[in-house]
Design a protein around this ligand. Structure first.
Ligand SMILES: [Zn+2]
Ligand SMILES: [Zn+2]
Length: 409
């Protein structure tokens, strides 16, 4: 963005899309700003110092000095990685890389062999650093593949609810986080303190001293050019079921919002038309900050289970794209997603699922990605996952695209 040639002094950068709102800065001839999006009569811009505001379209022009290819590289990408039964979301944009969860019930490969590491290597060859690693809650299907991520990449910040689960998997995760050179660890418990967590499992045990940096609060945390994340829900108290500790994160990528719900629930297994139970994360979010939920894309809570995605919650989110990460491993004897949730989401927008081809894994040779070398990670391991990776692209002009990504490793 730059002032048009008609401008002699400066274009006013305003707080909102109206001349009634406060002036935040002035864009003078020769100055430039990044274009984040647009609404009627106004462009949304970010100045070089990070200030965001609105400029009148009448006094500004859009420039593409670096050409369209360079602009395309400024897009944001949200990858919902097919880890089998579990969740892993890799997000990249100008100047940052982020990973929200890395777990699986059925991919137990370590190091470079695990599907999260294999996928990131295929999608972003040469990437050495993940700036932000978030663990939504300490369940195996969200953390099993984390140690390989610490081995393969340098990690800048770890964001953890702080909910302790005395399992080998969480023990491995916490030890890897504390052993990471230069890492800053954040939880919702306290700031700049240390606490000891003792594990007594057969595969991982001993006392881990957790060193906390700044506390995980609502945010926002700046990610890179035009991008930030906000922790809409974080709770340090131990819920009996760790799903109740799921960290719900909203990513603001340019003018678009992506909501990552982890295993946040609305209550027991009920139809979406039922209101969420008052003690549930969905109910608490609706009560505290319903407007903050408004998003363009929802990575659906709890693998598309009837425990989550109540209509009232989905109404507040109002997304047009829904990504479900699931696989054949049953949760409390139920294979997710539930058909009623899929139907509800399909009424609201585009639905993509990481379990799309799971049934064709072996049975149908033509559709089996296992037999067609399109599988990410270990190929002929007869384990689900690796076939239906979802790629959501947010372009700088605000357009959102969602499709399956036939990445090859
Ligand atoms: Zn889960
Ligand atoms: Zn869970």
């Amino acid at each position: 963005m730059a002032p048009s040639t008609r401008v002699s002094t400066a274009v006013l950068v305003r707080q909102g899309p109206s001349t009634e709102t406060a002036i935040l800065a002035r864009l003078r001839p020769g100055d430039r700003a990044a274009l984040l999006g647009e609404i009627s009569g106004w462009y949304i811009v970010e100045l070089v110092d990070g200030t965001r505001g609105y400029v009148s379209k009448a006094w500004t022009v859009v420039r593409s000095e670096a050409g369209t290819e360079a602009l395309a590289q400024n897009d944001y990408k949200v990858h919902v990685i097919d880890v089998g039964t579990g969740l892993a979301v890799f997000v990249e944009g100008p100047g940052f890389a982020l990973l929200y969860d890395a777990g699986s019930q059925d991919d137990l490969h370590e190091g470079d062999e695990n599907r999260v590491v294999a996928y990131i290597k295929a999608a972003r060859p040469g990437l050495t650093r993940i700036d932000h690693l978030i663990l939504s809650h300490p369940h195996k299907d969200h953390l099993q593949l984390m140690p390989g991520v610490f081995e393969r990449f340098q990690i800048g910040h770890v964001w953890d609810s702080g909910r302790v689960n005395k399992t080998d998997g969480y023990c491995h995760f916490l030890k890897a986080a504390m052993a990471e050179p230069g890492v800053e660890y954040h939880d919702a418990i306290a700031a700049n303190m240390t606490r000891n967590v003792t594990f007594s499992g057969s595969g991982c045990n001993g006392t881990v001293t957790v060193r906390e940096s700044a506390m995980m609060d609502a945010g926002p945390v700046r990610l890179g050019a035009g991008a930030s994340m906000s922790f809409l829900y974080r709770d340090p108290r131990n819920h009996p079921d760790p799903n109740g500790n799921s960290v719900v994160v909203r990513l603001d990528l340019g003018a678009r919002r992506i909501l990552l719900a982890g295993d946040a629930e609305g209550g027991g297994r009920e139809l979406p038309s039922e209101p969420p139970q008052s003690s549930s994360i969905e109910a608490k979010l609706l009560a505290c900050c319903a407007a903050d939920l408004k998003s363009d894309v929802l990575v659906v809570g709890h693998h598309g289970s009837l425990t989550s995605s109540r209509s009232a919650f989905l109404d507040a989110v109002g997304a047009s794209v829904y990504a479900i990460s699931s696989g054949p491993y049953p949760y409390r004897r139920v294979r997710l997603p539930d058909a009623e949730i899929v139907a509800e989401l399909e009424r609201r927008g585009q639905v993509l699922r990481t379990d799309r081809d799971d049934l064709y894994r072996i049975e149908d040779e033509a559709r089996s990605c296992e037999l067609n070398a399109r599988k990410i990670g270990s190929d002929a391991d007869e384990a689900p996952g690796g076939c239906n990776n979802i790629l959501i692209t947010v372009e700088r002009n605000g357009s959102v695209g969602a499709a399956y990504n036939d990445a090859v490793d």
